[in-house]
Design a protein around this ligand. Sequence first.
Ligand code: ADP
Ligand code: MG
Length: 251
Amino acid sequence: MKGTGITLRDVTVAYDRRPAVHHVEGAFEPGSLTAVVGPNGAGKSTLLKAIVGALKPVSGVVDRAGLRSRDLGYLPQAAEIDRSFPLTVADTVLLGAWRRTGALRGVDQATGKQAREALSAVGLEGFGRRAVGALSAGQFQRVLFARLLLQDAAVILLDEPFTAIDARTTRDLLDLVHRWHNEGRTVITVLHDFEQVRAHCPQALLLAREQIAWGNTDTVLAPANLLRARAMAENWDENAAICEQPAGTAA
Ligand code: ADP
Ligand code: MG
């Protein structure tokens, strides 16, 4: 698996012209494992959506080094995933292959085998025929990781993958994150547990609507940076002024 880097050049993302995260500048190096951290409302999810192409920055550039949006493996925050849709576990996993090949019809034997192997890798052997709606939160998260396994993407983005997930599942899925990292994939994950970040992620990006720090985790999570992020969050005004700066102009 060849790693692919993602470069952000002065990226600002807004909702109705109100910037949610602004002037982010830096690179996720090929094969890096980066935690995106910051207070609630810091713009972490917004930035991930801009990276995967679901939101278009109002200014700046997301350089995916030639990868198309569908080439990225993206796991949204749990609150955004609809589990009421009547899909089986196997079909949900196979959607990962569909993202890769563009066809669900006539899933070939090799893909079916890969799906069973992916389910086995996340500890859900034999769960294929169950309805996803009947799974626990932890089991469902395992299914979504199996889908990422099948998608086989060079860049994987996870948005709070372990929030409200039991400890055993978190451990198992963290092993998969390390496996992806060891395979040379580029992994970007929003996390809120700093101990987890320090233990598992060599790189970190600290956001508080603006970029506080980006680099080696120990440096980024220095007390001064965390205090600054918290101070900024305390001053957030939910009715912040509309950004009048036209797209594409420099600050
Ligand atoms: P985080 O993931 O760091 O908690 P988000 O990226 O979800 O932060 O949100 C950043 C800011 O953008 C917040 O102020 C949030 O209210 C706002 N926001 C998020 N999604 C939308 C949306 N769909 N429409 C308008 N504002 C939004
Ligand atoms: Mg979020």
